[in-house]
Design a protein around this ligand. Structure first.
Ligand code: C2E
Ligand code: MG
Ligand code: MG
Ligand code: MG
Length: 289
């Protein structure tokens, strides 16, 4: 009986695995066609000065509307694009689109673009940035590249050379999702970051009883201030989270409490009507983790 149960279990798991693999393969095939079919778009989420509520910039977030599945999360398809070797193509499209959109907004805003470690580590990457800037006419200091520490783990092209090329261009660099990986202090020393983005998962628990996260956020802020870097707290949804990060002197905030990601047209309209100071609004506090 136990043998039979074992076989049954095996069959169950293997068919599940097969389904997942098939699913991933079809998604990958669809992803290869997505750009050409016009299924990709870019939205922009405001990043706000936490003290003044003034929008200082936006983060470009790629969107994929699949004809059958509907919206597919970038958290799901970006890793597939990385594995499939098409992340550089998608990333370049997002970069060009974001620069072009930003150059057309009625008010100068900084635009932050996420860059995959694979895209970043390619020798061609600095030239891609030069082209996107030249093509759009966007000033280099209006562009911020968000990279994760994954950049330091990949063994490809000379990361230092790419960093200096980008710094020479005058674009800004942000270290994204800080607090989630190894968060080595060596990364901060070796690369010229202008900003640290404190990961959402980190901020989320900070206001819960007995959380030690506020002490850690305070330490990150002290570090950033000493190194002359800005800080952004990601994923702020609740008033108590906003109050906490204000007390801890995190310089910028991003999250649904200020705004969801907007289309370029909607953002443009907001800027047109002088609507760049955003009053935070959201529930007072989180009930559970
Ligand atoms: P990320 O760069 O850390 O971006 C922040 C994510 O937090 C976005 O998710 C954003 O929509 C979400 N978010 C913002 N405010 C809140 C909030 O108050 N609550 C919650 N729960 N979430 C909030 P999104 O758009 O799903 O993107 C997920 C990740 O996918 C990004 O994380 C980034 O790592 C990656 N990604 C998105 N666009 C691109 C891109 O163009 N290129 C690359 N390489 N990666 C991208
Ligand atoms: Mg980001
Ligand atoms: Mg992030
Ligand atoms: Mg993240």
């Amino acid at each position: 009986a136990s043998k039979g149960a074992g076989r049954g279990r095996f069959r169950f798991f293997s068919s599940e695995l097969l389904k997942d693999a098939e699913d991933k393969r079809t998604l990958e095939e669809d992803l290869r066609e997505a750009l050409a079919r016009g299924e990709m778009s870019v939205e922009y989420q405001p990043i706000v000065n936490a003290r003044t509520n003034r929008m200082t910039g936006v983060e470009a977030l790629v969107r994929w509307r699949h004809p059958v599945r509907g919206d597919v999360s970038p958290a799901l398809f970006i890793p597939i694009a990385e594995e499939a070797g098409i992340i550089a193509q998608i990333g370049e499209w997002v970069l060009r689109k974001a620069c072009a959109d930003a150059a057309g907004w009625p008010r100068k805003l900084r635009v932050a673009v996420n860059v995959s470690p694979i895209q970043f580590s390619s020798e061609r990457f600095p030239a891609t940035v030069v082209n996107a800037l030249a093509h759009s006419g966007l000033a280099p200091n209006q562009l911020e590249l968000e990279i994760t520490e994954g950049v330091f783990l990949s063994q490809s092209a000379d990361t230092d050379t790419i960093f200096s090329a980008l710094k020479e261009l005058g674009v800004r660099l942000a270290l994204d999702d800080f607090g989630t990986g190894y968060s080595s202090l060596g990364y901060l020393q070796s690369a010229p970051f202008d900003k640290i983005k404190i990961d959402q998962s980190f901020v989320r628990a900070a206001t819960l009883p007995d959380s030690r996260n506020s002490a850690i956020i305070a330490a990150i802020v002290a570090l950033a201030e000493a190194l002359d870097m800005e800080t952004t707290a990601e994923g702020i949804e609740y008033m108590d989270q906003l109050n906490l990060i204000r007390e801890l002197r995190v310089s910028h905030a991003q999250g649904w409490i200020y705004s969801r990601a907007l289309s370029s047209a909607d953002l443009s309209e907001k800027l047109e009507t002088g609507d760049w100071v955003i009053e935070p609004s959201g529930p007072a506090r989180q009930r559970s983790a």
